[in-house]
Ligand binder design. Structure first.
Ligand code: F6R
Length: 613
């Protein structure tokens, strides 16, 4: 999740952009850059590798007195952190400057079709400048040109562009559900940013760009259109002075905000780790171990609690499949008292968003005593778990305020996928074509998660229908099983409805006795190799009059007339299904809880960080 900021007004733009980037630096800090209008014939461009201070030093004493421009702070996906890969990216003649957040999935195809000269970077961004420059040269207006580009560039992203001949004008788009853009309206000035934080020092009058919307702004005007060019009427929201409410932005609760931050959370977890050209995973910046070490491993044990343990269950599949190591998952609190059999060839992976969960720390101590190498997956830099483990994979999901974990689960599943691929490569158990296919599939995740967020309307209807239920069953098989456990956990913790997650095959061994027409089941039934078995389970429940909400693969109509309700999940690689499937499950819990009047962000009896046994 890169940081984007833009300013058009009457004050010197350079310092405003640098201050905005400072507030966005948490989103990415491997390089940064600026484009300012230097008169109406050229841009002043500055790039610097490293943290924002490197850019500040580079521009010192050289900033032109421009009153508009754009700035960017980057977290690399396509191309290493370097000056030439930093944004803004330009077309070969330097007439268009573009900054972007997200992934352009088909950028190679676009490069082949629209190159106007050599490419100077490895980014997926640069081609957008080439495309815009081509259209503008043909006399197309900048906003119309951006609509044309977005129509062709696949993925979930946001993008801002400026053109030399039009000082003070900025056009921007939000494509798909990743990477939001907020527009701030001040006195004779407009700003835009990927995050409210960069706008709040200047204005509290803001407008949020929705997926598929475009904005065209100057110092004293702003207009919104859709992809067809139809004018949109959007109202300015005035944010309260209360800083907590301000940070929630347009969302009623932090939980909903954080659910919507998941495309960014996935992207942010991947940045600099999933690489293109060639497609591969590289965790050498996080994990100091080499191939000899990886080949000597005999076993993996994953530990965690609650949602983090459910992530670990997904990770087990990945590790067994890609790294070909026997893997087991344990609840941290059980693990430590069992006298587990461990040695220096057992890799212990702990998952803990807080990094402070006492049971997980105790399990890690047990592993440390046995001399196990340890990797921890954590969202809090410097937390306890990161000090015990030999290596840390930081989630970089940003603060999670709601007590119920959402975006940190997505981030941790992505990181377990990355870790399994990386271990597989080090151990020589992963074919390069499988690695490339999985990396390509993972790069589609932000868009797929974004598409899953679009299911919100349908899920609200289901929430209306089922909010009064007393009990719920969640069923899944294979990778659907951890997702079912998570669906049940989310529902019980935020709505206080009794819910159980089960491996679907287990249903006949007891839980089926509960089924009647008042006991709904959520069944995860993607088109994978256990689909037929899931279908039979659904039929068994329906035969006993139990309502079934089935989560199925995109376009699969085969359960129509079998399940009571069908939710089609967006298209995603079968192995990555749980990372997308948790999204409708989280939304279901959220909307049911709000209909029951529950305190969604701070459910009773719970705490965000559990530091007692
Ligand atoms: C559920 C939830 C908890 C945590 C658990 C572990 O929504 O948030 O189940 O997953 O308390 O916390 P961490 O990941 O901080 O170890």
């Amino acid at each position: 999740m890169c940081g984007i900021v833009g300013y058009s007004g009457h004050r010197p733009a350079g310092p405003i952009l640098l201050e905005g980037l400072r507030r966005l630096e948490y989103r990415g800090y491997d390089s940064a850059g600026l484009a300012l209008f230097d008169g109406d014939r050229q841009f002043y461009i500055a790039h610097a590798t490293g943290k924002l201070d490197a850019l500040v030093q580079r521009v010192e004493g050289t900033l032109p007195p421009a009153t508009s421009g754009i700035g960017h702070t980057r977290w690399a996906t396509h191309g290493e952190p370097s000056d030439r890969n930093a944004h803004p990216q330009l077309d070969p003649d330097g007439t268009i400057a573009v900054i972007h957040n997200g992934i352009i999935e088909n950028f190679e195809e676009l490069r082949a079709r629209y190159a106007r000269g050599p490419f100077h970077s490895e980014t997926d961004t640069e081609v957008l400048a080439h495309m815009l420059a081509g259209a503008v040269e043909r006399g197309v207006d900048l906003l119309d040109a951006l609509r044309g580009v977005v129509a062709e560039a696949r993925g979930a992203y946001s993008v801002v562009a400026v053109a030399v001949g039009e000082p003070g004008r900025m056009v921007a788009a939000r494509a798909g559900n990743a990477g939001g853009i907020v527009i701030g309206t001040g006195e004779g000035e407009h700003l835009l940013a990927s995050d409210l934080g960069a706008l709040l020092p200047h204005t509290r009058r803001v407008t949020f760009l929705e997926p598929g919307e475009f904005v065209d702004l100057c110092a004293d005007s702003v207009r919104y259109v859709d992809i067809e060019g139809h004018e949109l009427t959007k109202t300015i929201e005035v944010l309260p002075y209360d800083p907590v409410s301000a940070v929630k932005g347009p969302y009623k609760h932090f939980m909903l905000k954080e659910i919507h931050e998941q495309p960014d959370a996935a992207l942010n977890a991947m940045r600099g780790r999933y690489l293109t050209g060639p497609l591969r995973v590289d965790l050498s910046g996080d994990i100091p171990f080499d191939a000899a070490w990886a080949k000597a491993l005999t076993r993996v044990v994953l530990v965690g609690m609650g949602t983090s343990m459910h992530s670990a269950l997904v990770g087990r599949h990945y590790i067994e499949r890609f790294a070909r190591l026997p893997a087991e998952v344990d609840n941290s609190a059980e693990f430590r008292y069992r006298g587990p059999v461990l040695d220096e060839h057992t890799l212990v992976i702990s998952v803990a968003q807080s990094g402070e969960t006492v049971d997980t720390l105790a399990a890690m101590d047990e592993a440390k005593r046995a001399g196990c190498p340890q990797i921890t997956i954590c969202n809090s830099p410097g937390a306890q778990t990161t000090r015990v483990a030999n290596a840390t994979l930081l989630m970089r999901a940003g603060p999670e305020i709601a007590v119920a974990s959402t975006k940190t689960m997505v981030a941790s599943m992505v990181l377990l996928h990355a870790l399994a691929l990386y271990l597989g490569r080090l151990r020589g158990t992963l074919a390069p074509d499988v690695e490339a296919q999985q990396v390509q599939a993972a790069l589609h995740l932000p868009a797929a998660i974004g598409a899953a967020l679009n299911l919100g309307g349908q899920i609200e209807v289901l929430a209306d229908r089922y909010a009064d239920s007393r009990d719920f069953l969640f069923l899944g098989r294979g990778l659907g099983y951890p997702a079912a456990l998570e669906g049940a956990l989310k529902l019980k913790e935020v709505s206080y409805i009794h819910a159980e997650g089960y491996a679907a095959g287990e249903m006949k061994h007891g839980p089926i006795a509960l089924i009647d027409d008042q006991f709904p089941t959520v069944a995860l039934a993607p088109r994978d190799d256990v689909f037929d078995k899931m279908r039979s389970n659904i039929e068994q429940i329906r035969a006993r009059k139990g309502p079934v909400i089935a989560l199925v693969s995109a376009g699969d109509r085969s359960l129509e007339g079998v399940a009571t309700d069908i939710v089609e999940m967006p298209e995603v690689d079968p192995l990555l299904t749980p990372i997308v499937a948790v999204v409708p499950l989280q939304l279901l819990s959220y909307y049911i809880a709000t209909r029951r009047g529950a305190d969604v962000d701070q459910p009773r009896n719970l705490a965000k960080t559990v530091t007692v046994e």
